[in-house]
Design a protein around this ligand. Structure first.
Ligand code: ASP
Length: 290
């Protein structure tokens, strides 16, 4: 008999102003199907998380990958991280310009370097050496999701993320983002910071979305695991508690989390969070609002 597996995706949380989210729902539903098939056939959580996040990056519907918005100077600077909970390995890039898939860059940092986070010219040089696909004409490639007429009513946070439990029991989390709108050049949010916006260990995998500065100051993603570890909380209680702590500082947003039994928590403090999940018992959720 196959062992339980579970998968969750998010496409950002925030206020929604009459937003039609049908294309995002369709996109996330299709990706969820693809990811479930991969996990049911025994794919590693790590491979599934990269495939899911890359699919979300390529859609152009979220503030990540193709849909990322430029910073105040008109430059596209993207962040991403991945964490392999079983091996406690991690990789990340921040404020990266000129490469198509930040999540693939994060995985390359994890797999091919002794480091966790690469920034600046070093990150660009490494991605080039690793043969990652470039964006040579940013003005023709990016279709800023938050600025396009189709989605002027979209969520204010459009980061994408994925958490997965595979049949071997391994947990993985990843997050990819163009950051917040009108950010200063060089601004880095929570998404590529291990423990803030992204975390995975043997207990739980988490990916966050919201105003990153608050998630960083709350160490939100690692806090979910700490609550489970030290207070014996369920993933639901731990995720809600970590989010409430972040909210007390004035932030908002949401997170997705999956534990080692395939239980999933999808809490958010906002009008909505784009989310799609399939838990270890086979229950499927694809929703934006409550
Ligand atoms: N957390 C991201 C950041 O601050 C933004 C988002 O979730 O959309 O960069």
């Amino acid at each position: 008999m196959s062992r339980p597996f579970a998968l969750a995706l998010h496409g950002g949380a925030g206020p929604i102003r009459n937003a039609d989210q049908s294309r995002e729902i369709a996109n996330m539903g299709a990706l969820l199907d693809q990811g479930r098939v991969m996990l049911s056939k025994g794919s590693a959580a790590l491979d599934v998380v990269v495939a899911m996040i890359n699919g979300l990056e390529e859609a152009g519907y979220y503030i990540a990958g193709k849909g990322a918005a430029p910073n105040r100077d008109g430059v596209f600077e993207l962040d991403a991280a991945i964490m392999d909970g079983a091996a406690r390995r991690a990789g990340a890039v921040c404020a990266l310009s000129g490469f198509r898939s930040p999540i693939k860059a994060a995985r390359a940092v994890m797999d091919q370097t002794p480091h966790v986070l690469l920034a600046g010219a070093g990150a660009v040089g490494f991605c080039a050496e690793a043969g990652l696909e470039r964006v040579d004409e940013p003005e023709n490639y990016y279709t800023p999701a938050a600025l396009s007429s189709a989605s002027t009513d979209a969520l204010s946070h459009g980061t994408v993320g994925c958490v997965a439990l595979d049949q071997s029991g391994a947990l993985c989390a990843g997050t990819s983002t163009g950051g917040v709108l009108n950010k200063m050049p060089g601004r880095v949010g929570d998404s590529p910071l291990i423990g803030a916006g992204t975390w995975a260990d043997e207990r739980v995998a988490i990916s966050c979305t919201g105003q990153g500065e608050y998630f960083i100051r709350a160490a939100a993603a690692a806090d979910v695991s700490a609550r489970m570890k030290y207070a014996g909380m369920s993933v639901d209680a731990a995720a809600a508690g970590a989010l409430a702590d972040m909210e007390r500082q004035g932030g908002d947003g949401g997170l997705i989390a999956v534990d080692a039994k395939g239980r999933i928590a999808l809490p958010f403090i906002a009008q909505g969070m784009r989310r799609a999940a399939c838990d270890g018992a086979g229950n499927i959720t694809i929703k934006v609002f409550r």
